[in-house]
Write a protein that binds this ligand. Structure first.
Ligand code: GDP
Length: 193
């Protein structure tokens, strides 16, 4: 199916949060996990989301409208960037908290995990928080081109063990396009379309 992905708003502070009623799927992950590249790969362009060689640059929430399905992908600021100040970390956390508490049409959170790394503390904390609030989780293993098949399979097993009966983690590579259609289908089914 041909999908068109369009940036509709960029939110920097909790008071700017005015959200559409349409279904939403949030994208969360450590900074540098490949979130911007994934959005561009899904959209089939190099220019929609800003890919950065320097971690910790995305400080806003960006809403992308997906047509014709009519739902939104919500790009949350990357977490876990060690070199940012405590104040910056707090303002990110309050923005994300404000989003989660306001987003009544949030259907699922796609957790982006670098396929080369075993589960890390901040990812585990996010996973357990989302389970606590009963939020469906879709795990996406990014940079799959950097992992051998056996390593990808190991990550898939690890995450399935941690999160229980979730949908099979989707291996994805922005570089090769691997997993693009599978991810679109998982996103569509998360919003029930
Ligand atoms: P973000 O901070 O999560 O938005 O990550 P970016 O999309 O800006 O990517 C961070 C770095 O990882 C950049 O140098 C990208 O070129 C690289 N990267 C992103 N996706 C892939 C991928 O699928 N494969 C490989 N090999 N590198 C990737």
């Amino acid at each position: 199916m041909n999908r068109v992905v369009r940036l509709t708003s960029t939110i920097y502070t909790p008071d700017q949060l005015s959200l559409p009623d349409a279904p939403q799927i949030a994208l969360a992950g450590r900074s540098n996990v490949g979130k911007s590249s994934l959005i561009n790969a899904l959209a089939g362009t190099k220019k929609l989301a800003k890919v950065s060689g320097t971690p910790g640059k995305t400080r806003s929430i960006n809403l992308y409208h997906v047509s014709p399905a009519g739902y939104y992908l919500v790009d949350l600021p990357g977490y876990g960037y060690a070199r940012c100040s405590k104040q910056e970390r707090q303002s990110w956390a309050s923005l994300i908290d404000a989003y989660i508490s306001k987003a009544t049409s949030l259907c699922a959170v796609a957790m982006l995990i670098d396929c080369r790394h075993s589960p890390q503390l901040l990812d585990l904390e996010l996973g357990s928080y989302l389970r606590q609030i009963g939020m469906p989780i879709l795990v996406v293993l990014t940079k799959a081109d950097q992992c051998k098949q056996a390593e990808r399979a190991k990550r898939q097993r690890e995450w399935t063990e941690i999160l229980g009966e979730i949908q099979r983690p989707v291996p994805f590579s922005a570089r090769t396009g691997q997993g693009r259609e599978e991810l679109w289908q998982a996103l569509d089914s998360a919003v029930g379309s």
